[in-house]
Design a protein. Structure first.
Length: 244
């Protein structure tokens, strides 16, 4: 298994899921990579490699922000999570831990959420050098139309809820009981945790911590949110939406 993991990492599984799926079954792929990141679920955890360069999301998110956000903030969550669980022993799977996270130490909840949320966040963005209009398609687009009446209405609601988060947190598009819903969580909580009111399967995520945007946008959170729509990776969101 380790040889196969190394092989997929070499060919760049972050961006070549389609090629890899021809070589192994979907079940094997899911076991290898939940979001396309080595070490996301099982301890000891590691910082995932970004599927693009640090400057690739410009002009919407700048290189300095991406570099610091990934190598400093996300790395800190990984390091602190490993420290928090080092004496637990055995297998530690984040998605399973989230189901009873209310019983865990705050360091596990905060840093486990930080690692999971950021690993997902990186995957849900992609370069858009031509600044083309960026919209979803396929089944996800159909569900957005059904549950929000239009993409513009969905975008407006998501943007407004993101802007109104008090302090630091995340805005999510989730699937809940067969319907799409927009929800927010404080700090590094996410919709898979037993501590949140609105639980569901994550489809889209936006980081609203100041370290995600302050170097470029300062206090203009609304501008950060507006520009983020240009780099949403709707293909990845569709993949998560269809994931059973």
């Amino acid at each position: 298994m380790e040889d196969r993991r190394a092989f997929f990492k070499k060919i760049g599984i972050l961006g070549l899921t389609g090629i890899a799926s021809k070589l192994v079954s979907n079940e094997q792929l899911n076991a290898l990579e939940t979001f396309g990141n080595e070490g996301l679920q099982n301890a000891p955890f590691t910082l995932p490699t970004l599927p693009y360069n640090y400057n690739a999301l410009e002009p919407f998110i700048d290189q300095q922000t991406m570099t610091i956000h990934h190598t400093k903030h996300h790395q800190a969550y990984v390091d602190k999570l490993n420290k928090a669980i080092e004496n637990m022993g055995g297998k530690f799977v984040l998605e399973e831990a989230f189901k009873t996270i209310s019983k865990a130490e705050p360091a596990v909840r905060n840093n486990g959420g930080g690692h999971y949320n950021h690993s997902l966040f990186w995957q849900l963005m992609k370069p858009n050098p031509s600044s083309k209009e960026n919209k979803p398609s396929g089944k996800l687009a159909e569900s957005i139309l059904k549950d929000f009446k239009s993409f513009d209405e969905f975008k407006k609601e998501f943007s407004e809820k993101s802007a109104k988060i008090f302090g630091s947190g995340w805005c999510w598009l989730i699937e809940q009981d067969g319907k799409l819903k927009i929800t927010t969580t404080p700090n590094q909580d996410n919709p898979l945790m037993d501590v949140v009111t609105e639980k569901g399967k994550p489809v889209l995520a936006l980081d609203i911590w100041e370290h995600a945007y302050y170097l470029k946008y300062q206090n203009k959170r609304a501008d950060y949110i507006a520009n983020w729509w240009n780099i949403v990776n709707w293909e990845k969101a569709e993949e998560l939406f269809l994931l059973k």
